[in-house]
Design a protein around this ligand. Structure first.
Ligand code: GAF
Length: 414
């Protein structure tokens, strides 16, 4: 189904453009179809049984607040209507049988994961089971959906959150979604080795339709914020590139932030994270140039999150656009996590009449640009943007329409 979406990306774009006035319609017309296809495959692989649990786990978007979560700052993410679906039952054969529909891969024992060092998706599943429900016996599992992998919209966190939620149903455990989100973060840190923050798991678990969440990553308190600007639409444009060393570059940025805090603490012992720092403190702390730029970006980005909440509340399109552009420039020149493809798309969008603003989204080095655009130029912009990108890089980006959706949920039996 991911394959189907990519092959049919033009068809998908044109269908979606026709429905932009009807929020949730994009999700609604695709959702039953996808679950039906997966149920069909389930029956082919596991006989005419019904899965005990079917879970939908959405991708994550982020309006603003990038690389602030692991600095105990603020973020403004939400869940999108594009999702992974997980069909799960306790195994009747006494052994695991896991299928990744979109990748056409399947495994029948967890040794296969360790033995071949492949099946990246299965490592997340195995890690989640090991950390959360090791007592549960073998599982029959089928996953698929319309969430692109490697697009910076957190398909891996969606997978982890989705399987944790499914395991919770199967075991009858009763933790809050917040606790499950924290277990999800541990899976990614302890098993996969990415030192990420809590933004993705919180957004994927707890988001609400039509809203984003203003999340304080220190206290983990959040409140919902209406992200709609009248006559405008949030869209993503996927560069379809994922440059190497993403995880190590990400971990290096996190380490640089920690180094900065250690230096700043010499003058300001009350500081625990970059979230506590002001620009005056940074200047006084006499940081090496690179650390100063990294830290200054984080301090300014935290501030932009609060300004964005105010701008959205005021329906202030001009200010919203300025904040998106400033965030991109900071990520590009100060935090240095952008790349040519992201810069091209952000520059193209920000110069286009009718685009309110655009910036790279997520960890960086590839993935998506998020863009707020006036609905009346969406179709022309999509065509122009795809053409310009094709001219420059020799392949097309994907324009992805989505609705702000709810977090991980059970799919009712059909
Ligand atoms: C990735 C991480 F997983 C998040 O925690 C966050 O740091 C993001 O990059 C950058 O804002 O998605």
């Amino acid at each position: 189904m991911i394959y189907t979406c990519e092959i049919e990306s033009h068809v998908y774009i044109s269908i979606s453009i026709c429905t932009i006035d009807h929020r949730s319609q994009i999700a609604d017309h695709r959702f039953p179809f996808m679950v039906e296809v997966l149920l069909d495959r389930w029956n082919k692989s596991f006989g005419s049984t019904v899965p005990e649990v079917v879970v939908r786990a959405p991708g994550r978007v982020n309006i603003i607040g990038e690389h602030t979560d692991y600095n105990e700052g603020w973020v403004l993410p939400g869940a999108m209507s594009r999702s992974i679906y997980l069909l799960v039952s306790k195994s009747k054969t006494g052994q695991h049988h896991w299928i990744a529909y979109d990748l056409d891969e399947e495994i029948q024992s967890t040794e296969e994961i360790l033995e071949y060092g492949q099946y990246a998706w299965a490592k997340y599943i195995e890690g989640a089971i090991r950390l959360y429900a090791p007592e549960l016996g073998p599982l029959q599992l089928l996953i698929g959906g319309d969430l692109p992998v490697g697009a910076g919209i957190s398909s891996s966190s969606a997978l982890v959150c989705g399987i944790l939620f499914a395991l919770q149903q199967l075991t009858g455990k009763t933790e809050s979604k917040e606790s499950l989100a924290l277990i999800g973060q541990r899976v990614e840190k302890e098993i996969i080795g990415v030192q990420g923050g809590i933004m993705d798991q919180f957004a994927i678990m707890m988001s609400q339709p039509h809203h984003v969440m203003l999340l304080d990553c220190r206290t983990r308190e959040y409140r919902l914020v209406d992200a709609d600007l009248p006559g405008c639409k949030w869209i993503l444009i996927n560069t379809r590139v994922k440059h190497a060393l993403i995880d190590s570059d990400y971990n290096q940025r996190a380490a640089q932030c920690k180094q900065s805090v250690a230096i700043i603490q010499k003058s300001f012992p009350e500081v625990n994270a970059l979230r506590d720092v002001t620009m005056d403190m940074l200047t006084a702390a006499d940081l090496p140039e690179t650390l100063f730029r990294r830290s200054a970006f984080v301090v300014q980005e935290d501030d932009r999150v609060h300004q964005m909440v105010e701008a959205l509340h005021q329906h202030d399109a001009l200010r919203t656009g300025e904040l998106l552009k400033a965030s991109h420039e900071g990520l590009r020149h100060m935090y240095e996590v952008s790349c040519d493809e992201l810069d091209h798309l952000a520059d193209f969008a920000n110069a286009y009449e009718g685009v309110i603003g655009a910036r790279m989204m997520g960890g960086g080095f590839g993935g998506c640009v998020i863009c707020l655009i006036r609905e009346e130029v969406l179709e022309d912009f999509s065509i122009a943007c795809v053409d310009a990108y094709l001219d420059r890089f020799g392949f097309e980006p994907d324009v992805i329409l989505f609705d702000l959706a709810d977090g991980v949920s059970l799919v009712p039996s059909m």
